[in-house]
Design a protein around this ligand. Structure first.
Ligand code: FAD
Ligand code: NAD
Length: 405
């Protein structure tokens, strides 16, 4: 009997978890497994704000895919997925011949969502992948270097706007407030000239999170120089900065750097492939399959699942992507062997920890509120655990965060 072809698209948390679990469950003769990813490395998306601020070198954020896959069982193709042809069960790639699948796992992750706001795509940065994060770091540093050498000083060069006070915006601000004093020293810039402004459309920072912890985070960040503009929406981005509106009042904020951290969506490949989807996210069945396509699993930020308790979608997180990868691998093993029953996916949410730089954080873990040093240590434990689940102790030893404070 012909071995089934399993093709996994994307080597983020969901894709790598699927592959590393499946390679342990399945023998070489049972299935052919192919993993496709743009780069030959995986990056920890959850650490990208550190690379973007320049508080962690980008090499620390990524590792070779070859280090975690069993190459006797998994064929790796470095390429960009352009489209999935659902009728013909084919994946179209930029530089290779189309791949045919019996079972497909779509794990292409997130992209920045600008909601059609004018000028954002052209003039704002987003923390979307490792090179985008490097570009932000380089750009901010360039602004400091230019300011210190230009004769007619333009103070707005040193204004950094962060759009959105969700978890990404707040974690990035936490790194930025630690990096800016270093940049001021490196480039002989007066710290009083630097402005870090966070613009949030909702009436509060971290909408929906515990109010006491939100207050703690806002106090920490304000003390370190962040100005919050709450209940204020970014309406446009220009080469000079942003235009915001609050209570029908419009204001222009001139800034040398604008980082858009106010929205994510699933992959555009989803939209282009004819799935029933919303902003690149497919509403999957309980077994993580795309409706009408029982041979196609979708995991991670491209999957949408409703939390029946709140009647709202689960947020797109690494925590859920990894758990889905694990269930997806089990379900693929059932289908490949034609034995056993498919397992429905039920998230096991352990909590959320939001860093405020390398030495502070806030969080709710197993229903308990934590903040300060304890939360910061917990955040590093979570970061190391993600490495452990995919690459075991060797990967933790190579890439883990051991400087706890
Ligand atoms: P991704 O991690 O986005 O991986 C997708 C992979 O697919 C990448 O390797 C990408 O290169 C590849 N790819 C994309 N398109 C193509 C293509 N066309 N062809 C080939 N390859 C492609 N979540 C948490 O739970 N905890 C946190 O602390 C946390 N912190 C975060 C901090 C930041 C700064 C950000 C931006 C997000 C954070 N998240 C966090 C959310 C989390 O990162 C995402 O939910 C998670 O990365 C989704 O995993 P994924 O496997 O779906 O996709
Ligand atoms: P998000 O959608 O959670 O937050 C975006 C924020 O931007 C919201 O507060 C929204 O009100 C605001 N916003 C939207 N449009 C705006 C506008 N025009 N002007 C000003 N503000 C605007 O996005 P995110 O923070 O990137 O998070 C994405 C996902 O990643 C979430 O599921 C989040 O839980 C997860 N994440 C988790 C962590 C963590 O657990 N530590 C860290 C980062 C991200």
């Amino acid at each position: 009997m012909k071995k089934p072809n399993v093709v996994v698209l994307g080597a983020g948390y969901g894709g790598l978890m699927t592959v590393t679990r499946l390679q342990k469950m399945i023998g070489v003769n049972e299935a052919s497994i192919t993993l496709v990813n743009k780069n030959d490395y995986h990056y920890e998306s959850t650490w990208l704000h550190e690379a973007a601020a320049g508080t962690l070198h980008h090499e620390r954020v990524r590792y070779a895919i070859a280090d975690v896959i069993d190459q006797s069982k998994v064929k790796f193709i470095q390429d960009t997925v352009e489209k999935i042809n659902l009728e013909q069960k084919q994946v179209l790639l930029q530089n290779h011949e189309p791949l045919t699948y019996d079972y497909l796992v779509v794990a292409l992750g997130f992209e920045s969502e600008t909601f059609g706001i004018k000028g954002l795509k052209e003039h704002a940065f987003s923390i979307a992948n490792v090179n985008a994060a490097r570009q932000i770091r380089e750009h901010i540093e360039y602004q400091f270097a230019t300011y210190s050498t230009e004769e007619e000083k333009r103070d707005e060069r040193l204004t950094i706007v962060v759009g959105g006070a969700g978890f990404t915006g707040i974690e990035f601000l936490g790194e930025l407030v630690n990096r800016v004093p270093e940049l001021c020293r490196e480039y002989d810039v007066d710290p009083n000239k630097v402005r870090i402004i966070c613009v949030e459309a909702a009436p509060t920072v971290l909408p929906g999170f515990d109010p006491e912890l939100v207050e703690y985070a806002v106090n920490v960040l304000e003390k370190k120089g962040v100005e919050f503009k709450i209940g204020t929406a970014i309406k446009e981005c220009t080469p000079e900065g942003i235009i915001v509106s609050k209570d029908d009042q419009v204001e222009e904020i001139k800034a040398g750097t604008v980082v858009w951290a106010a929205g994510v969506r699933g992959s555009r490949v989803i939209d282009e492939s004819g799935f029933e989807a919303m902003r690149g996210r497919v509403k999957v069945d309980p077994f993580l399959r795309a409706p009408g396509h029982e041979d196609v699993f979708v995991v991670g930020d491209c999957a949408l699942m409703i939390n029946e308790e709140t009647n709202r979608p689960y947020p797109p997180t690494a925590q859920i992507a990894m758990q889905q990868g694990e269930v997806c691998a089990k379900n693929l093993a059932v289908l490949i062997r034609g034995q056993g029953e498919l397992q429905p996916f039920k998230p096991d949410l352990k909590g959320t920890v939001c860093s405020l730089g390398h030495d502070d954080a806030i969080g709710v873990v197993f229903g308990k509120k934590i903040w300060g040093t304890k939360a910061s240590v917990m955040k590093k434990v979570i970061d190391n655990r993600a490495l452990y689940l995919i690459g075991g102790p060797t990967l933790v030893a190579k890439k883990g965060k051991f400087k706890l404070l």
